[in-house]
Design a protein around this ligand. Sequence first.
Ligand SMILES: [Zn+2]
Length: 159
Amino acid sequence: MSVRCGIGYDLHRLAEGRKLIVGGIELPFEKGPVGHSDGDVLAHALCDALLGAAGLGDIGTHFPDTDAKWKGANSLLFLEHAKKLLDEKHFTIEHVDAVVILEKPKLGPHFPRMREALGRALGVSTEKIHLKAKTNEGVDAVGRGEAVACHVIATLRQR
Ligand SMILES: [Zn+2]
C-alpha cells in the first residue's frame, strides 16, 4: 500500500450577475466567480489535488474549458468523474484539507453543507473533508473582493 498527496490551487475573478458557488453550494452574495463552468474554486482545487495525488494530470486535461459541454457545468460533476478515475486506479481518499480565501461573505456557517455536498460527490464521509476559510486582510485582488482563491491538499491510499 502506498500513500500519496496532491496539491491543488485555483482562483476566479468575481463579478456581479454571477452566482457564488463554493463547495457545491450557492451562497447569497451580489457577486460570483467568472468561469466557463460554475467557477467553484473549492471543487476545482480539490479536483486538481485528487488528480495530482493519483498522477492523472489536472482538471484542464479532463475538462477543457474549450469544450462547450462544460459551459456552466456544476463542478461537482468534475469531482464525481475524478472519483471514478481514482477507483479505476484503486485509490481511496484518506483525507482532504482545504483553505478558501475570500474577503466576503463568511464561509464558516456554510461548511457543513459544503462538506456534505463534496462528500456525496466523492463517496466519502464528511469527516474526511476538512475546510478552512481565510480573508486576504484587505490586500491584493482577493482582499479587495475582486477574486476568490483556494488551496487544497488531498491524501490518497493506493490498494
Ligand atoms: Zn476554476
